[in-house]
Design a protein around this ligand. Structure first.
Ligand code: THU
Length: 129
């Protein structure tokens, strides 16, 4: 993935941040996932008064893409307005592994920036194979 595409993906995630719904944690998170055909799907964290029902931005982005017939991903960008978000959670890592273990994961939050892959983020992932 070239630098302009990285920037495009991060920009799409940043644009989506306005739509995050995090009234309980006060944290806004957004993700954008790049499908192999070049299309981009976004997702935000969506919290709930019943706290455990909260769904992270990364899973919402991937589920949005899957619902639009995309199942193979090149990269995912994760952004937040919070210095408490520094890495994808375990559940989201498992969902990334389900579809594209080699996808590049770009994290850019006030807590710091880094690049990894889904596989490196979840060694020895659960699999039915
Ligand atoms: N959150 C995400 O959206 N992605 C992550 O990888 C970690 C956590 C959200 C869930 C919740 O709304 C808020 O951040 C605080 O945990």
């Amino acid at each position: 993935m070239d630098k302009p595409m990285e920037k495009r993906l991060l920009d799409r995630a940043r644009d989506a941040l306005d739509h995050a719904y995090g009234p309980y944690s006060g944290i806004r998170v957004a993700a954008a996932v790049l499908a192999e055909d070049g299309s981009i799907y976004t997702g935000v964290n969506v919290e709930n008064a019943s706290y455990g029902l909260t769904v992270c931005a990364e899973r919402n982005a991937i589920f949005n893409a899957v619902g639009n017939a995309r199942q193979t991903f090149t990269a995912l960008a994760l952004v937040s307005d919070s210095d408490r978000i520094n890495s994808p959670c375990g559940a989201c890592r498992q969902v990334m592994m389900e579809f594209s273990p080699e996808m590049i994961v770009l994290v850019d939050t006030p807590a710091g920036s880094f690049r990894s892959t889904a596989r490196d983020l979840l060694p020895a992932a659960f699999s039915l194979e």
